[in-house]
Design a protein around this ligand. Structure first.
Ligand code: CAA
Length: 386
């Protein structure tokens, strides 16, 4: 399946690039240093309609679709991975509603998420349910017209600031992953406590916290799909959002490459710019090649997923490309940022330069929304099942 960016998508890229360079880049080091959520940037990004790009127009979004979300996240991540999570985490938090919610749930919740009035968070992971997502222990017990949720979620992006959580809990512990169910939980419901905020290596400035449910009553109408559909909803969500993490990885890598190239042209050693030395040239050539290959795979996956329905693309093909692009792009981001630090030598190691931040930020892309070992499991399973 081939793809081409449309004129609108190119224009979107240019306008997000301007926003990123003018407003986000000057704040990037400070966000990392202070580890504070950038509310000012969230408002700017929301005002541009960028939080609604992945949401269809009938639910208050712009209907631009996944390929546009990917462009938005890539451009912001070039200057600040943490700021790009304002978009990426909103996308992840709302996606279960889009793929698994009823018409009424979509009408009720998506417009507020699209315009940024409501912040969304995806609450799947638990202390003992990471890669093994099916082993979630948070319990949902039906009592009349409510489910009572109890359990502990961890590593929840937007945990402390979310208005709406998409929560995965078991309604039938004996059924394993087939007992998982998905719920929309509003922050205002009783029995929700925000636990400890994590102090992270990278993506500092994004709020990663525990979220604890203690006998939290959730209206039965907030169940998405049917009881037992939760695991599928979680997996279908990740199929759509892993390319967004791939895009974040491409952005981080491109930002690091751009910086390394301009530094290599300026930095003089042995009487000439270090860019004149083949040792540096070969590193830059490899970095550039990897970044472009990763970008093409991410764009292809995003277009394929967006148009899967009308092109009869199978679910296993969708899952495979989603995982392949996230796997490849995040490994590229790690390699390229490490090499970019190397090009700067001692300066690359110092906080005065942005590359050590980019290197720290790159690492999470190999871990969240499924480790790269899990991506390989998914790729192989889907490849062999066709
Ligand atoms: N779409 C629809 N259904 C799917 C599916 C998909 N993509 N993938 C699996 N399923 C279905 C299967 O068809 C199967 O159903 P049937 O039995 O009816 O056929 C069922 O789900 C179980 O599938 P598997 O046997 O493949 O499940 P598994 O347990 O062997 O493997 C896994 C699943 C791939 C390892 C999965 O658990 C996984 O992706 N784990 C990683 C979890 C993850 O990514 N967590 C990240 C959390 S979010 C985050 O990190 C962000 C943050 O904010 C920090």
């Amino acid at each position: 399946m081939s793809y081409q960016l449309s004129e609108e998508q190119e224009m979107l890229r240019q306008s997000v690039r301007r926003l990123a360079e003018d407003k986000v880049a000057p704040r990037a080091a400070e966000i990392d240093e202070k580890d504070e959520y950038p509310w000012d940037l969230k408002e700017l990004i929301a005002d541009q309609g960028l939080l609604g790009a992945g949401i269809p127009e009938e639910y208050g979004g712009t209907g631009a679709g996944l390929p546009s979300v990917v462009l938005i996240v890539e451009e912001i991540a070039k200057v600040s991975a943490a700021a790009s999570l304002i978009v990426a985490a909103q996308e992840l938090g709302m996606m279960p509603i889009l793929v698994g919610g009823s018409e009424a749930q979509k009408q009720k919740y998506l417009p507020g998420i699209a315009d940024g009035d409501q912040i969304a968070a995806f609450a799947l992971t638990e202390p003992n349910a990471g890669s093994d997502a099916g082993s979630v222990k948070t319990r949902a017990v039906r009592e009349g017209d409510k489910y009572i949720l109890s359990g502990q979620k961890c590593f929840i992006t937007n945990g402390s600031i979310a208005d709406v959580f998409t929560v995965f809990a078991t309604t039938d512990p004996k059924a394993g992953l087939k007992g998982l169910s998905a719920f929309i939980v509003e922050k205002s419901y009783p029995g929700i406590t925000i636990g400890k905020k994590e102090h992270k290596m990278g993506i500092r400035g994004s709020e990663t916290t525990e979220v604890i449910f203690d006998n939290c009553p959730v209206p039965a109408e907030n169940l998405m799909g049917k009881e037992g559909h939760g695991f599928k909803i979680a997996m279908m969500t990740l199929d759509c959002t892993r390319p967004v993490i791939g895009a974040q990885a491409v952005g981080i890598a491109q930002g690091a490459l751009d910086y390394a190239v301009s530094y290599a042209k300026e930095r003089v050693q042995f009487g000439k710019p270090i860019a004149m030395f083949q040792g540096i040239q070969f590193m830059l050539a490899d970095m550039c090649t990897r970044v472009e290959a990763a970008r093409q795979l991410v764009y292809k996956a995003a277009h394929m997923i967006e148009n899967a329905g009308k092109n009869n693309v199978s679910a296993s093909e969708v899952g495979r490309f989603s995982s392949m692009c996230k796997l490849f792009a995040s490994d590229v981001a790690m390699q390229v940022t490490v090499d970019a630090v190397q090009v700067l030598g001692g300066y690359g190691y110092m906080k005065e330069y942005p590359l050590e931040r980019m290197m720290r930020d790159a690492k999470i892309t190999q871990i969240y929304e499924g480790t790269n070992q899990i991506q390989r499991v998914v790729i192989a399973k889907n490849l062999l099942s066709d």
